[in-house]
Design a protein around this ligand. Sequence first.
Ligand SMILES: Cc1ncc(COP(=O)(O)O)c(C=O)c1O
Length: 445
Amino acid sequence: MSDSQANMQSETQSLEHYWMPFTANRQFKSKPRMLAEAQGMYYKDTTGRSVLDGTAGLWCCNAGHGRKEISQAVSKQIHKLDFAPSFQMGHPIAFELAERLAQISPDGLNKVFFTNSGSESVDSALKIAINYHRSNGEATRTRFIGRELGYHGVGFGGISVGGIGGNRKTFSQQLLPGVDHLPHTLDMQNNAFSRGMPKTGAEKADVLEQLVALHGAENIAAVIVEPMSGSAGVILPPEGYLQRLREITKKHGILLIFDEVITGFGRVGDAFASQRWGVTPDMITTAKALNNGAIPMGAVLIDDAIYDASMQGPDGIELFHGYTYSGHPVAAAAAIATLDIYQNEQLFERSRELEGYFEEAVHSLKGLPNIIDIRNIGLVGGIQFSPSEEGVGKRGFGIFEHCFANGTLVRATADIIAISPPLIIDKQQIDQIVNTLGDAIRAVG
Ligand SMILES: Cc1ncc(COP(=O)(O)O)c(C=O)c1O
């Protein structure tokens, strides 16, 4: 069958059976947007039309699409060892990947627990936090503190510490007990159109002291935040904010977890946001760009002290937690090939080098209809619009649809458009994204 026949077939295939995640299924199925192929910076849809990838898939494909190094490594590994159990058994490539991750992770975070997604990384980190305190003789430390507008995936742990109302409301009676939230750091009154980190708002971290006073430090296991909130619409931490969270958590013996599922692997101009902003947490959750999105995989990077404390108990299994596919050999092969590309092509550095150009480009949209804020860091941009009279999210979705119809993929969350292209993007392609976006903003109004 030729490619065009395959494409034609997909145009007529049934869309009935697949319940799509985080998707308006009825809207989608009445007007599908189908991607069939990808290479470099471009997708091809099922009609053969090129679509510039302004979102690295879903914050995943930082090295661009169709990387031969990754597909060859996957093919080689699946022939050599397709699967091996990770419970009471090991295979070399998982250990090799753990070592490679320890080499690029912030100081002290030298232990790695493998998962298959960001959601699983978050739930694993929360459990590791409780297990750690218990090993330390502080079994009452079980509470978690998340943050409003935080996104930590969709497990019950993740939505409990998460702070996006829409993801929690339906399940609100069944969320984890013992969770509280810090205020979010979005302050458009004082910080709209900031470039990089906003100047004001670090004191929002001080609310943590109030929560400690309320619940008692001896009952709190961990604070979890995204150093930069991605899913809620690119919300940056104010200058000094993360440092304060670190100081307060340290003072009270509370673990600090950075959820870097989006910010990890070069997105904000360093391997991790933790390094970019000079604040080292006790754990970092990752997934997505870990292996360029090629095969589901996540990892929690863990401070040595947490691992060491957990190894003090009686002989036997130290952590009753893990997944059939933890450290899957084929996913691990994809990850090692991906880390090689990041290193050989200096893509984290590239993201930092392009930051200035990208910043100018996205901020050039200021003044177009209904834009109330533009935010950026590394190769991430967020453009926020006032909601239209038709309701929240309609304007954002309209702009997203218009961009897609005109050959550029951006992401809409409510009335915020996020751009997060692969780190291989060039200046011309940055211009193309911003020009298409500008046209869409003017057209949608
Ligand atoms: C910060 C953060 N944590 C966790 C997740 C969940 O990851 P996954 O969808 O792989 O479960 C995401 C996904 O976007 C995320 O952005």
